[in-house]
Design a protein around this ligand. Structure first.
Ligand code: NA7
Length: 541
């Protein structure tokens, strides 16, 4: 049992405080409590574990990493005990998994649920973080670790008149636990990112009518989800260590390798057959078809052209097909969705696509959504409009470092940190899978385990050496920010100028490519080298 003390102000004193109880928070709590024996607590805004998966309960919510690589790998026993049922785990199954893990390792007793952090301030004299919750409680800890996720701050665009809407509206990332009944309803859904693409077919199956408002057309490849066969489940159990090893060797922490061949050097007919096979196999593996797909525009064009032709062949109404396939960015330069019957959904009589790039949404009226061309009467509006990604969850905690300097000001022109792990001027604060780390470009559990292990080893090192404080050096931050920019610039990723990777989906947000695009393998090496060179770039005291 974690020993906790209270100081003279009544604040709870801890060695470490973790914010969040999703994949990252659970594992970080386990590492610090059970491996290092620290007094540690996790604070979680939700009423249960799960983080992003706790909130994203929208219809069709499903992971786009395959289940056999979307889990913790720190415990061989755990990998033997858990069995996934489908190729891609759905939201309810992921919640069951995370609850299983939390119970298996008895983590819930050190998690305080329904607790939102509203302020965190570093007290230099005491070398402690003072963290305040919405309910007015205060926690004091030497180490503060944010495990707040990358996609946990819902973005509801500020449409004029939303408050006047007579029906109900929901953001997919704040979905009601009891679900939403679409039967007999006219539903409007705004947004065609991964979420909208997953939700549309499911909503259309029960709604009287679904109107999808699309601003930017998007690629999608069939997920080809299916129940796992008992043979494959057995294979996972027998080969868990090998599968884990592969996720440590691949660029994005996935279970598949990117082919060495180049699209631009492959004869057209052969290339077409390769894409066709990748389309049939389905899922994110599509982008593994050729090595040059994400670095050479000519190569990417061949993939883009293939998917656009697929869209036009699936969607029967030529005008709808044209709007869906009028895609303005390279394939996978925005997060590439995978789907189950998404484009097929537009062949249903009860589904309409509205091009809000051609005729933007002007306002929400009591009756529905009004574009510059028409008003669409609706009973329910679903906002599949994404998140203030990566920086949003950090900034809304009102974090202040040395001398009361606000993170908001330090990140005024975009996130600045070292290795995505620490921010200069914010000693003993660690961020798990924040901006500047591979995070969303990697299979998340792989990125999370690497970060939590690194932080745990770092704190262990400090304890062994009697060190009290670690802080990123400003010059290391400068270099790292330049490196993050530089590696992104070597890929096609920044060409999707409206992507959330760049912060472009939030009006006024600085446009900086946020995740580290150099790949998980390279990133892991960099982090290991930094340690080998005595925590180079960090000031330890
Ligand atoms: P995304 O990928 O950010 O998608 C949001 C969608 O909402 C996208 O199509 C946006 O169009 C659209 N959007 C946002 N604001 C507006 C306004 N004001 N008007 C019209 N349309 C708008 O979020 P998701 O939830 O789908 O996916 C997030 C991640 O979760 C995903 O990448 C996976 O990693 C899991 P836009 O493209 O900006 O024109």
């Amino acid at each position: 049992m974690t020993t906790m003390m209270t100081d003279i102000t009544g604040a709870t004193e801890l060695d470490a405080l973790v914010v969040g109880a999703g994949f990252a928070g659970l594992y970080q709590l386990l590492c610090l409590r059970d491996r290092l024996g620290l007094s540690v607590k996790a604070l979680e805004a939700g009423a249960g574990v799960g983080g992003t998966w706790y909130w994203n309960r929208y219809p069709g919510a499903r992971c786009d990493s395959e289940s056999h690589v979307y889990w913790y790998t720190f415990s061989p026993e755990l990998m033997r005990e858990w069995e996934w049922s489908e190729r891609y785990p759905g939201q309810p199954e992921i919640m069951r998994y995370l609850n299983f893990v939390a119970d298996r390792f008895d983590l819930k007793r050190d998690i305080q649920f329904n607790t939102r952090v509203v302020a965190a301030e570093y007290d230099e004299a005491a070398n402690r973080w003072r963290v305040r919750t919405e309910a007015g409680e205060t926690f004091v800890a030497k180490f503060l670790i944010t495990a707040v996720g990358c996609l946990s701050t819902a973005n509801v665009p500020k449409f004029e008149g939303l408050e006047s809407f007579a029906g109900d509206w929901y953001h997919t990332g704040q979905w009601p636990h009891e679900g939403v009944d679409f039967t007999g309803k006219r539903v409007g859904m705004i947004g065609t990112g991964s979420t909208g693409i997953q939700a549309a077919p499911v909503i259309a199956a029960s709604a009287e009518h679904l109107t999808v408002f699309q601003r930017t057309a998007n690629y999608s490849v069939p997920a080809r989800n299916a129940p796992l066969t008992s043979e494959f489940q057995g294979y996972i159990k027998e080969n868990a260590a090998g599968i884990r090893a592969v996720t440590r060797e691949t660029l994005n922490g996935m279970g598949f390798r990117i082919e060495e061949r180049l699209a631009v050097e492959t004869p057209a007919e052969e290339r077409e057959a390769i894409y066709e096979a990748a389309w049939e196999r389905g899922g994110l593996q599509f982008r593994a078809a050729f090595k040059d797909m994400m670095v050479d525009k000519a190569a990417n064009d061949t993939a883009a052209d293939f998917v656009k032709r697929k869209i036009r062949s699936i969607v029967k109404d030529p005008r709808t097909a044209a709007i869906l396939s009028d895609i303005d960015h390279p394939y996978a330069a925005k997060r590439p969705p995978i789907d189950t019957n998404y484009f097929e959904t537009y062949n249903r009589a009860n589904v309409t696509l509205v091009d809000v790039k051609a005729a933007p949404i002007q306002r929400i009226t009591p009756a529905g959504v009004c574009t510059t061309e028409a008003e669409y009467p609706l009973d329910i509006i679903v906002f599949a409009t994404g998140f203030d990604a990566m920086t949003g969850p950090m900034l809304r905690m009102n974090i202040r470092g040395r001398d009361g300097v606000a993170l908001q000001d330090v990140w005024d022109a975009g996130p600045r940190n070292y290795l995505g792990l620490q921010i200069a001027g914010f000693p003993n604060l660690f961020t798990i899978t924040g901006p500047g780390s591979p995070s969303v470009l990697c299979n998340m559990p792989v990125a999370i385990e690497q970060h939590a292990d690194w932080i745990t080893d770092c704190i262990a090192h400090m304890r062994t050496k009697g060190l009290e404080r670690i802080e990123a050096r400003p010059e290391a931050v400068e270099k790292w920010v330049a490196e993050v920019n530089d590696v992104a610039g070597k890929t096609l990723l920044p060409l999707a100028t409206h992507s959330w990777y760049l912060g472009a989906n939030i009006p006024g947000k600085p446009r900086v490519f946020m995740p580290y695009a150099g790949g998980m393998v390279r990133y892991r090496e960099i982090c290991q080298d930094v340690v080998a060179r005595g925590y180079e770039g960090f000031a330890l005291a």
